[in-house]
Design a protein around this ligand. Structure first.
Ligand code: CP
Ligand code: NVA
Length: 303
């Protein structure tokens, strides 16, 4: 049976921990320039309906480093942009390729693609989830703190795709997560209900960023207007006033707290320049780890 990577909730803690172990090994091999062609001769199609810097480059470089070949496909330049059904595209691509990564709007689109494709499908971001990013984020925490066990995680800002995937991660790995979101911008209620029913992690939603930041080991934020919400920018700037991850908020966290941001960042909006450039920020390690963790995901699913 092929396995997809559409949301973290499809996986057990043991399965995800095994991917972290492989990630650590592949990262060391990459640094030592040791060949690790786990996907020699295999092909990954990468479909993008939204912009990307990190996801495109890390998947493309990662596939090359695994001895395989990546193909970049912009949906608007393919027949998908002219209305060819997802289910047809999925069946055709499965005849050429060994795996597909998709970045799109609706989670249902990646689910439909996976249903019709006989090859593994990886979610490269939807409006609902960003599971590859959260894997890179948790791996970065493991690298810097030794483990995620017993740590207090804080999310400051929009209850968006990133927040939803963090909630799933908290339930699976069993760490405490407090999300400070303005009213009207809470995370997805079904994701929250799943997390409460599938784990004992303490997951709290508050309107108060200070409550989330207090004694946190890891602070995390993201843009106020995600891709596809550009026209809401002005409304959101008002709604999110007071939700900037700045020096005052960081001062409430543990002294050695880590600051994460999936990037791209908007300095002066969700994060201050001082915090993203400051000593607690590990955002460049986090961005690098997209490469290593996605290689582990691809190798696990496609080998
Ligand atoms: N963090 C992330 O997914 O970045 P891109 O949008 O540049 O791929
Ligand atoms: N929440 C952001 C993440 C970008 C990587 C978005 O969906 O645009």
């Amino acid at each position: 049976m092929k396995k997809d990577f559409l949301a973290l909730s499809q996986f057990s803690k043991a399965e995800l921990d095994a991917m972290f172990a492989l990630c650590k090994d592949l990262k060391a091999k990459t640094k030592n320039r040791e060949e690790h062609h786990l996907l020699k001769g295999k092909t990954l199609a990468m479909i993008f309906e939204k912009s990307s810097t990190r996801t495109r480059i890390s998947f493309e470089v990662g596939m090359y480093q695994l001895g395989g070949h990546p193909l970049f496909i912009s949906s608007k330049d393919s027949q998908m942009g002219r209305g060819e059904p997802i289910k047809d595209t999925a069946r055709v691509m499965a005849r050429y390729c060994d795996g597909v990564m998709i970045r799109t709007f609706a989670q249902e689109t990646v689910e439909e693609f996976a249903k019709y494709a006989s090859i593994p499908v990886i979610n490269g971001l939807t409006d609902l989830h960003h599971p590859c990013q959260i894997m890179a984020d948790v791996f970065t925490v493991i690298e810097h703190k030794g483990s995620y066990d017993g740590l207090k995680f804080a999310w400051i800002g929009d209850g968006n795709n990133m927040a939803n995937s963090w909630i799933e991660a908290a339930a699976i790995f069993g760490f405490d997560l407090t999300l400070a979101c303005p009213e009207g911008y809470d995370p997805n209620p079904q994701v929250l209900a799943w997390a409460k029913a599938n784990g004992s992690a303490k997951i709290v939603i508050t309107r108060d960023p200070k409550e989330a930041a207090k004694d946190a080991d890891v602070l995390n934020t993201d843009v106020w207007a995600s891709m596809g919400q550009e026209e809401e920018q002005k409304v959101r700037e008002k709604a999110f006033a007071g939700y900037q991850l700045d020096e005052q908020l960081l001062a409430l966290a543990k002294k050695d707290a880590l600051v994460l941001h999936c990037l791209p960042a908007h300095r002066g909006e969700e994060i201050s320049d001082g915090v993203i450039e400051g000593p607690n920020s590990v955002v460049w390690d986090e961005a690098e780890n997209r490469l290593h963790v996605q290689k582990a995901i691809m190798a696990t699913l496609m080998k």
